[in-house]
Design a protein around this ligand. Structure first.
Ligand code: GAP
Length: 516
């Protein structure tokens, strides 16, 4: 299935079946913000529960925390966010669209005019095709592109097109740059929206969202909505040690909302302005940090695999030294192959002793760790696995989306794992006009819903009901029919295999406990 079709189908399914809605939709929406509907919120809770259990409940060395979103502004001075948390951007001086400097070429790949141009130029072509495109499609799609405004001049710079186009030397960026070349023939990066050459220098824009505390504007204290949950953990390091007498190594975990004024939110819920993070700060002796860094990378990768992400769609990407912050000893991203390309799900960083030292310096508090045996005092190193809830949800939905042909019809199944599936069971009466069948189905439902997320649905014929449940990933459909009234048995249908088992009502809970 073409990549764009898959994303379109997923966005449509999410809206239609109540997973994810655009924020404030009745007012035209709000860029970079999304709402989770009745099924989305269940999926999100299941995902966060799975993380919390794996990280906090099933380990002895990680404690939980829930710190406030609003924090004292000094926190962000100490962390470096007040001065350095920015993505340089460029603004097209004609159409006014903003682009992150490091993402302009990603946007180019999605640009309507670039895609049209590439389509036109596929195969053995010469400059006359470019001229034709400039005079037709180019006029409406990229009116400010040099090739469209002055095709003859632009084409005079690319006389070697026949040699380079499609040949081994083809460089997409150089080719597009030359389509936007200035009058001296210098290649320029054209605006993905309208073709106008973009400014060559980026402007730094702080990504933190500001608000103010206090009722009177003039005296109100300016504060930020946190751009990461991590700093709430660092500023509570001393509190947690004092309250729990923890010895190294140990970690503090937190799940919560973060906010970033992203320049180009997009790819559905992948890059948003309001999102949730799942973060761990794991404090260790400096000489043990490297080993913990490696084991957290493996552990976090395994977590995605255990919840059903296909191995071939996950990879580790260690950062090169020029990508690393000056204090960081290492950073590795866990990437997922989304329909729009390999992209970061989670980062695991060895942050050395930077954060605690910074907060000690800015707050004047002693944030060193004192070894209870040797009395030695030092700043622990920190390993930080930091993932996004919304990105993980999107990856799990993409990973689970499955289409197959059944009896000449397309069956869409969301093959979410048992832990994540928002609904585990659906009770479907075969005849909704038979009061005894309905009563039995509803009784079974009220019994099962005490243990599993269970729904009752009699709003369509059975075939349609099955399809609806498959599409949202319901694990088992239980059908109550006329025979059920006499033999006290029901039919349990497996979502993935569509295999049906006849199970007696009094054994149903036992049967499902074995499976779920
Ligand atoms: N404390 C480290 C930190 O915040 P990050 O790489 O900026 O590191 C961690 O963010 C994770 O948070 C990312 O891997 C991603 O999953 C998620 N995330 C970051 N920005 C996001 C955004 N604008 N929209 C959705 N998720 C985002």
């Amino acid at each position: 299935m073409p990549v764009s079709d898959l994303m379109t189908k997923i966005v449509s399914l999410c809206k239609r079946r109540g997973f994810i809605f655009p924020s404030s939709e009745i007012y035209g929406g709000l860029s970079g913000c999304w709402d989770y509907g009745p099924l989305g919120v269940e999926l999100k809770r299941n995902l966060k529960d799975a993380w919390w259990k794996a990280i906090v409940h099933h380990r002895d060395d990680v404690l939980g925390l829930d710190s406030s979103i609003l924090m004292q502004s000094n926190v962000w001075k100490a962390s470096g966010h007040a001065n350095n948390f920015s993505d340089p951007f460029v603004k097209c001086k004609i159409c006014g669209k903003h682009f992150r400097l490091d993402k302009v070429w990603d946007e180019m790949g999605k640009s309507a005019w670039v895609n049209s141009l590439i389509k036109e130029m596929t195969g053995e072509k010469d400059t006359s095709f470019l001229l034709g495109w400039a005079k037709k499609q180019g006029k409406s799609l990229a009116p400010n592109l040099a090739l469209v405004k002055e095709p003859e001049v632009t084409l005079s710079w690319i006389t070697d097109l026949n040699q380079s186009w499609g040949g081994p030397d083809l460089n997409f960026q150089q080719f597009i740059g030359r389509m936007g070349a200035d009058t001296n023939g210098k290649a320029r990066v054209p605006c993905p929206q309208c073709g106008e050459p973009l400014p060559e220098e980026g402007i730094a824009a702080n990504l933190m969202l500001k608000t103010s505390l206090g009722p009177v504007e003039e005296t109100a204290e300016k504060v930020y909505l946190r751009p990461e949950t991590a700093q709430g953990i660092f500023v509570n390091f001393r509190n947690v040690i004092d309250a729990t007498s923890r010895k190294l190594p140990f970690g503090i975990a937190q799940i919560g909302k973060s906010f970033r004024n992203e320049i180009t939110p997009g790819n559905f819920t992948f890059r948003t302005r309001e999102f949730e993070q799942m973060e761990i700060e794991y404090f260790a002796k400096p000489n043990e940090a490297e080993n913990f860094y490696k084991s957290w990378i493996n552990g976090r990768l395994q977590w995605y695999l255990d919840l059903g992400i296909k191995k071939e769609n996950l990879r580790l990407r260690p950062h090169s030294s020029d990508e690393l912050a000056h204090y960081a000893k290492g950073c590795t991203d866990i990437e997922y192959q989304f329909p729009f390309g390999w992209s970061e799900l989670e980062g695991i960083a060895n942050r050395a002793d930077y954060d605690l030292k910074q907060h000690a310096q800015f707050s004047g508090q002693d944030l060193q760790y004192q070894d209870p045996v040797t009395n030695e005092k030092y700043y622990p190193y920190v390993i930080e696995p930091s993932g996004g809830v919304d990105r993980a949800i999107l990856a799990f939905i993409v990973n689970a989306y499955h289409e197959e042909e059944v009896n000449g019809e397309t069956r869409v199944v969301l093959k979410l794992s048992k832990e994540l599936a928002p609904r585990k069971i659906a009770l479907l009466p075969l005849l909704k006009k038979n009061a005894d069948i309905v009563a039995l189905a509803k009784n079974i439902k009220s019994d099962l819903q005490k243990t599993w997320m269970t729904v009752y649905d009699d709003s369509a014929a059975i075939g349609k009901l099955y399809r609806r449940q498959d599409e949202v990933g319901t694990f088992y459909c239980i059908t109550v029919d006329v025979d059920s009234l006499s033999d006290k048995q029901v039919t349990v249908r497996d979502r993935d295999t569509m295999k049906q088992d006849r199970v007696s009502v009094d054994q149903l809970k036992k049967y499902l406990t074995r499976l779920l």
